[in-house]
Design a binder for this molecule. Structure first.
Ligand code: SF4
Length: 489
């Protein structure tokens, strides 16, 4: 009989195991780090952690390489050669801090905004943003501006949150799942576990991505879209749903501003702004009483299409009317966008029909009593089992902000936000729309902190960081939206 080689298949590699969370992306999977002699020997997934339940992706496993990379900076570097010659020497922290203090205090004493503090993938923007604010410079940003801020800002402006750390698909109930521009290194373990659940239940997975690898390779349907045209594709889906009248108007009126009136007065300063009463409250038209009412009133039957007279004789139309009029236009028809998106009109029509079928023919009803934000009692929770997830493949384009808004519009029209089967927020999201924080930095004084955080959410021209003559205050000429999430992975 052949003797088995004497190999220990489960050697003890460590003398101590520390439990912590992975920092290689924003999922924060639980990991057990094995150390021997104070050195990291091995990283494994923590089976007791709710995010990954023991799974570890390749990026997480290679955390040990990041820790011990010979390229990792161990001390501050001081340039000793000409700029661009890459000649540096290591110096001690005391010397580095003395140099930095001398340089920075001279700037802070004269004009703090001359410091442009743009950080890398640091995952600590709360701290670095606070530091910029205390220093007194509005010139602060992080790498997310080239990466995912479009996604986060579009979501926060539209639905009070975004994908990934803001919430996730209802993997246990979704019947139809669409992925837009998602690579396998993002949110890897939770998405893989979620996709496995969807497959086990026979839910349909559709991946919109120019390349067919990873998640796209296991999708039921792959849409090899032309890069940068995802928004147009999504708006063609919106066009089809509007034409088919497959819209969740109850959801839109209950949770969104579909019925708020928008002033139609070309040439006036308030053209396109919400019509408001004397107290500044947005108005709607009650079709039962045939009168203007506060849009937030309970028990009204608000009009969502049509044109209504305001008290001053001008006219206004509901938000939904504007959305419908724009996207029902032939410019957004599948036939009009197919060539630009490189997706056939038939495929766009069939995806739209499947979305509608999943949302409205397979809707979920839970016999659970609940009270909504306005105090109305309901005896059921209605779920639209259509879930979506999108990431850098769409957000990092120059049109990413609007592409992300289009995806959120599609979710809202289907009523598939924060409901069983749809995309569900995680606390503390969703937050108020638009977020209340405005960018600080209009007034900068020597040796003085800013009046707030340098990044915020402008909601009108008056919020933009501009000098009185219109010159941008920021070095990047922007008045940026603030990234609320810790993710920069
Ligand atoms: S998905 Fe991978 S990289 Fe991200 S936190 Fe989990 S193990 Fe780390």
């Amino acid at each position: 009989m052949r003797k088995e080689p004497d190999i220990d298949l489960s050697p003890t590699v460590s003398d101590v195991v520390k439990s912590t969370t992975c920092y290689m992306c924003a999922c924060r999977c639980g990991i057990n780090v094995h150390l021997r002699g104070g050195q990291v020997r091995h990283i494994e997934g923590n089976r007791n952690h709710p995010v990954n339940k023991g799974a570890l992706c390749g990026k997480g496993a290679s955390g040990v390489m990041q820790h011990y990379s010979p390229a990792r900076l161990r001390k501050p570097l001081k340039r000793v050669g000409e700029r661009g010659k890459s000649e540096f020497v290591e110096i001690e922290w005391d010397e580095a801090l003395a140099i930095a203090t001398e340089w920075l205090s001279a700037i802070r004493r004269s004009d703090p905004k001359k410091l442009a503090f743009f950080t890398g993938r640091d995952q600590s923007q709360s701290l670095t943003g606070w530091w910029a604010s205390e220093f007194g410079t509005p010139n602060f940003a992080a790498h997310g501006g080239f990466c995912s801020v479009n996604m986060a800002a579009a979501g926060l402006y539209t639905i009070g949150g975004s994908f990934w750390e803001f919430g996730e698909p209802d993997w246990d109930r979704a019947r139809y799942f669409m992925l837009f521009g998602v690579a396998e290194d993002h949110d890897a373990n939770p998405i893989k576990a979620g996709l496995a659940k969807l497959r086990a239940r026979g839910a349909k997975i559709v991946s919109v991505n120019p390349i067919r690898t990873g998640y796209s390779a296991i999708a039921d349907e792959w849409i090899g879209i032309r890069p940068g045209t995802d928004g147009l594709f999504v708006l063609a889906l919106v066009h089809e749903l509007l034409h088919a009248d497959k819209i969740d108007l109850d959801f839109l009126v209950r949770y969104a501003n579909a019925h708020w009136l928008v002033i139609q007065s070309p040439g006036s300063a308030d053209h396109g702004l919400f019509a408001r009463d004397a107290e500044g409250e947005p108005l709607a038209w009650d079709t039962r009483e045939k009168s203007l009412v506060k849009a937030a009133s309970v028990g009204i039957a608000p009009g969502v299409v049509g044109e209504f007279a305001l008290a001053d004789g001008r006219h206004a139309v509901p938000v939904f009317q504007l959305v419908a009029a724009r996207y029902i236009d032939e410019r957004y028809s599948p036939d009009a966008v197919a060539a630009r998106c490189d997706v056939s009109a038939d495929q766009i029509r069939s995806i739209a029909a499947e979305l509608a079928e999943a949302a409205f023919e397979q809707s979920i009803e839970l016999d659970v009593e609940w009270i909504d934000w306005a105090g109305r009692k309901h005896d059921k929770i209605i779920g639209r089992p259509v879930a979506m997830h999108a990431m850098r493949g769409v957000s990092a384009h120059s049109n990413g902000f609007h592409t992300c808004r289009a995806i959120h519009l599609l979710q809202a029209l289907l009523g598939a936000i924060d409901c069983p089967g749809g995309f569900r927020f995680k606390a503390p999201f969703p937050q108020a729309v638009p977020p209340a924080q405005k960018p600080a930095g209009k007034s900068v004084s020597p040796n003085t902190p800013l009046g707030g955080a340098p990044l915020g959410f402008p909601t009108g021209p008056e919020d933009l960081l501009l000098e009185p003559d219109g010159t941008p205050i920021r070095i990047d000429r922007l008045s940026p939206g603030r990234r609320r999430s810790p993710s920069t992975a």
